[in-house]
Design a protein around this ligand. Structure first.
Ligand code: AP5
Ligand code: MG
Length: 189
């Protein structure tokens, strides 16, 4: 089964994806993690991406679509993937459709994790202190920019999937366990 976990920065996409990986053996494709791995490895792409991530902007659609296409071509993705942080623009969603059609695979659900904006600031602040500021974009200023970008570029992906009948929404203000429970219900529906 292929699913998308969708939501603003700090909504809990990564948290829920990791639970699905450990509990169901699904494969998580986090474009944010992939970019951070490229930064850590000091690749040319990583160096370009770092600047963009640090200001809270989006990396170009071409780069992101290429990254997901390469990863989706690997054998472990054949049983199904959780897309975490992709697609983030309507152009990425259209490219994903084309990619899935070409690989003859289907998208089962797009699960939106809905969280109040104030709570996002608290969560990111919390994560910054828990990880000792591991993520350079974990601060209020960059989060405000990421949220602006989310509203302008990423939220328009929701009606795109709603029109296809794929969109499901879960209340992300609940505990991590309760959010997981709601996602589990969608996956078995
Ligand atoms: P990315 O790494 O995807 O970051 P993001 O979308 O901003 O989201 P986060 O990872 O911050 O949040 P999350 O939803 O995973 O929440 P988490 O589970 O960690 O992208 C980073 C950057 O890379 C982008 O800004 C962009 O520049 C670039 N990029 C990536 N993909 C791209 C693409 N496709 N196109 C273009 N550019 C791209 O949870 C957050 C915190 O809250 C944690 O501490 C967690 O423990 C806590 N928490 C989780 N759930 C709950 C809960 N229910 N209750 C209380 N606390 C909770
Ligand atoms: Mg994440």
């Amino acid at each position: 089964m292929n699913i998308i976990l969708f939501g603003p920065p700090g909504a809990g996409k990564g948290t829920q994806a990791e639970k699905l990986v450990s509990e169901r053996g699904m494969v998580q494709l986090s474009t944010g993690d992939m970019l951070r791995a490229a930064i850590a490895a000091g690749t040319e792409l990583g160096m370009k991406a770092k600047e963009i991530i640090d200001r809270g902007d989006l990396v170009s659609d071409d780069i992101m679509v290429g990254m997901i296409n390469d990863r989706m071509s690997q054998d472990d993705c054949k049983a199904g993937v959780i897309l975490d942080g992709f697609p983030r623009t309507v152009a990425q969603a259209e490219a994903l459709d084309a990619m899935f059609a070409e690989k003859n695979i289907t998208l089962a659900h797009v699960i939106e994790i809905k969280v109040d904006e104030q709570a996002l600031f608290a969560r990111i602040e919390n994560r910054a202190s828990e990880t000792g500021g591991e993520r350079s974009d974990d601060n209020a200023d960059v989060l405000a920019k990421r949220l602006k970008v989310y509203h302008e570029n990423t939220a328009p992906v929701l009606p795109y999937y709603e029109a296809k009948g794929l969109l499901k929404t879960v209340d992300g203000m609940q505990s991590i366990e309760d959010v997981s429970g709601d996602i589990a219900k969608i996956l078995t529906s």
